[in-house]
Write a protein of this length. Structure first.
Length: 202
């Protein structure tokens, strides 16, 4: 397993941009510079569920999208110019026009209208940052986020699967903006200078 302190991955991108639900940009900096140990989420039941559901959800995606070639090799990708930008993606895609894409599988439990709104015709900002990072690092033409949503709980619980398509050409400005922020952040890692706390634009 690669040492996560040596590179910025897809989940780091959301924190660097101020959109992570789990850590701040300064906490990521502390992890990358050895000042903080990354949290161990192996016993987190939501993390365990997501890992267990990933392969069946990919198989379901394959059945529902026969026009796409799905390559389930979970490859490590790395930026050709900035080797400290990388990550592991869930699967690679190839469409009928030979364009290359990335597939990301997400599971989410939704208990409130606010959480539900985050998934209405869009992916939440933290996952959007992750997709931008993979566009940047892997130079993919498109991305699909396949989300398995668990809504409510108890006898009123119901589930649905939604696929969200993103074309790289529609997000070039945001990709460039993310690269700029990630380069600035990594300079702080190299220099040991604590970055300012990044908050999302509201």
């Amino acid at each position: 397993m690669l040492n996560r302190t040596k590179y910025l991955g897809g989940s780091d991108a959301a924190a660097i941009m101020g959109y992570s639900k789990y850590k701040t940009s300064q906490q990521v900096w502390e992890e990358k510079t050895g000042r903080r140990a990354p949290a161990n989420l192996d016993d987190n039941k939501f993390v365990q569920y997501g890992k267990a559901a990933e392969k069946p959800l990919i198989d379901l995606f394959v059945l529902n999208n026969p026009d796409l070639l799905v390559i389930q090799d979970k490859p490590w990708i790395q930026h050709p110019e900035y080797p400290f930008l990388g990550g592991n993606i869930d699967s690679r895609l190839v469409n009928t026009d030979s364009q290359k894409g990335v597939l990301e599988i997400k599971t989410a439990q939704i208990f409130s209208p606010v959480q539900k709104l985050q998934w209405r015709n869009q992916i939440p900002p933290n996952y959007y940052c992750q997709i931008l990072h993979y566009f940047l690092v892997g130079e993919f033409d498109f991305a699909i986020v396949s989300a398995y949503l668990i809504v409510g709980n108890g006898k009123d619980k119901w589930t649905e699967t939604r696929d969200y398509f993103c074309s790289r050409k529609d997000h070039e400005k945001d990709i460039s903006g993310l690269l700029e922020e990630e380069l600035k952040f990594w300079n702080c890692v190299i220099s040991g200078k604590r970055p300012g706390l990044k908050l999302p634009n509201i």
